[in-house]
Design a protein around this ligand. Structure first.
Ligand SMILES: C[S@@+](CC[C@H](N)C(=O)[O-])C[C@H]1O[C@@H](n2cnc3c(N)ncnc32)[C@H](O)[C@@H]1O
Length: 230
């Protein structure tokens, strides 16, 4: 059995191989700092789209971003044409398409084909025929000006490398009477409301409603009257 006094000997024998205790502590701090910096860079700086391999997590509704609140701000009516950017596995798309009915249409745009295929498989199973997929980047939407009665995106905006360009495109494809609903949640791609408001105002969109706490909110925007005329 080792006596308390004997333990330092073993410690010092390790130190003899790897350096002084002060240097080892400094090395540990530096390694920890490098890890923390790497994690922060990944958390805040990675603009990659949400990986399809983790699609099962997208089926779990996020707190404060439920369908009731989305419905309240979208105000869909049968026969209208809507656009969703970044539908993921269709948590919102399948619900909204049902509201638009057979005479309406929901265009879904995603940068990843597997996401679109996933939604279309589920739509076929539910016999929903009003969903039309397009693989495209939100920064360059493949639609003419003033096409949609409404557009929405939920936990997508921060994944798009240029938020300003995406908001600009959304404004372009909205009808003057259209509405845009943005849902944001505190994840690593979170866009704070003030940032969104700045981009929206610069593109001629005014905020008309907001639901939920700051870290999990829905915001509704409409084209400003003066901007709709230009
Ligand atoms: C976190 S998922 C959100 C999915 C869904 N809206 C939800 O709430 O479950 C983000 C989605 O945005 C898509 N996306 C990311 N960047 C995009 C871009 N530049 N243009 C279009 N879609 C994009 C991703 O492929 C993914 O389907």
């Amino acid at each position: 059995m080792l006596l308390g006094r004997e333990r330092p000997d073993r410690r010092w024998s390790t130190v003899a191989m790897t350096g002084t205790p002060g240097r080892r502590t400094a090395a540990r701090w530096m390694a920890g700092a490098a890890l923390a910096a790497g994690a922060a860079a990944w958390w805040w700086g990675d603009g990659a789209p949400y990986p399809y391999a983790q699609h099962r997590l997208l089926d779990v509704p996020l707190p404060f971003l439920g369908r009731g609140r989305l419905d309240a701000l979208l105000g869909t009516r049968p026969g209208e044409r809507f656009l969703e950017i970044g539908p993921g596995t269709g948590l919102q798309a399948l619900h909204v398409a049902g509201q638009l009915g057979d005479s309406g249409r929901l265009d879904i745009v995603d940068i990843q084909q597997p996401m679109l295929d996933h939604v279309m498989r589920l739509a076929a199973r539910r016999e929903l025929t009003s969903i039309v997929p397009s693989r495209a980047d939100a920064r360059e939407l493949p639609f003419p000006d003033a096409t949609f009665d409404g557009a929405y995106l939920v936990t997508v905006l921060g994944e798009i490398p240029d938020v300003r360009a995406a908001v600009s495109e959304l404004r372009r494809v909205l009808k003057p009477s259209g509405r845009l609903v943005v849902g944001e949640f505190l994840d690593r791609h979170y866009v704070p409301f003030v940032t969104l408001l700045r981009h929206a105002s610069a593109r001629g969109l005014q905020v008309t409603a907001r639901l939920g706490p700051p870290l999990a909110y829905y915001a509704q925007f409409r084209p400003m009257p003066w901007a709709a005329e230009s």
